[in-house]
Design a binder for this molecule. Sequence first.
Ligand code: UD1
Ligand code: MG
Length: 466
Amino acid sequence: MTQSATLSRRETWSLLVLVGASLGVIVNTFQGDGEPLIVSIAFSGIAYAATFSLIRWLGPVFMKAGLKGKDMAKARKPEIPETMGAVCAVVYLLLLIIFIPFPFYKDIVAATSGGGNRDVVLQAQQVETGRYLHRFPHSKLASYLSGLLSLQSIVILGIGDDLLDIRWRHKVLIPAFGAIPMLIVYFVDFGVTQVVVPLPLQRYLGPIVDLGWLYYVYMAAVAIFCPNGINMLAGINGVEVAQSLVIALLLIVNDSLYLAPFTPYPHPATDSHLFSIYFLLPFVGVSLALLYHNWYPSKVFVGDTYCYFAGMVFAVVGILGHFSKTLLLLFIPQIFNFLYSTPQLFRIIPCPRHRLPKFNASTGLLDASVTEWAVPPPRPVAMALELLHRLRLARVTKNEKGEIMESTNLTILNLWLLWMGPMKEEKLAWSMVAVQTVCGLLGLFVRHRLALLVFREDNLAFGSHM
Ligand code: UD1
Ligand code: MG
């Protein structure tokens, strides 16, 4: 579905009001302490307005540059602009750069105008340069900047992928490069590689195990998984952005639990959760604007850039905010989708270029798509497929000789269609939103309640990292 590249009068005015209100809020905070959380919310408003307008204006420009894709689940398979995630990412990165002074405002004031400040009571010391310096939180700034650098790298690599359509076995490793800056800052500044051992295992391993360099391998794996996990749960209108928004909102809920008034200030983890919120709020802003255009029926596609970018935002906040295990609990559908896909990823079962559900033009509904076996599968694979068929985890079609000719593509979208029957694209997208929300809430519940069964304490109350 094509649409004009201009904003309607109503849209223009609504966006202008939003930008005006956001700017007003930002200016207002200068009068007070420059409260960064409020500023971050205002920045998200600007992020939404800027992304919304730019997506609309740039659509035809992207098409002309060849950044377009066929919407496969429509009768006419219309071509629409792709890689709109790049717009989100650029707006997001610029805003995050402009935001840098705000969380450090108090420290900058204290560092540049001496210890005699009105409201900042900090030990200051005069050094030869004649400037008063107090302990400026360089490590926090480094953390923030390294997060930014990781995101910038992934966006460059993501745009490269969208332009050149890099092969799957090469592009799965793209996020590994993006992760390097933040892993180095983690190493230099935080360096904790110990993990708390669950109670039942403490008899064998002791209360804490130091994983050493393995912990870095684990974090790199998280950074590789999150972007790819989102890119693989894709292929129907809206689903990439919608799942990312659910994850982002649940992370914000989780972060809020560590802030006043939910927890007595100062909680040891407050700062890292504030850091996470500063990265997530503008992400929600740009993603909502993208979702408006990408939800069924899509007027633009998000591209791999968005999937990588979104996944990396989560990896950055999870790793630098020290809650990567909680993060993984919000990725249950993506983890399932990945594990379920492995037979195709490792080519035990053929993997076509696209595995998205198949559109049936006569009914207008989506059904599970299939991969065709040019030669019947070897015996062990045939038996495994037969078993999956019996368990209703896949569907196979046989020829008259009883050999398997077709088997469904192993993705969570196809599995849902197998269980629930063919449905409209929009309903399938809503189903995924529901799955993501239910699994995420369950994950958070496990994290904060059931964790007490296997760990001595929940850090919400006691302030240790988990
Ligand atoms: C991944 C999946 C692939 C899936 C594809 C869909 C794996 C290993 N790869 O590949 O199976 O088919 O995502 O995004 O799991 N498209 C639509 N409707 C949509 C979204 C996308 O028709 O709502 C089509 C468009 O033609 C679009 C293309 O998918 O141009 C984008 O595919 P791309 O992101 O390049 O695929 P991959 O990420 O490589
Ligand atoms: Mg993709």
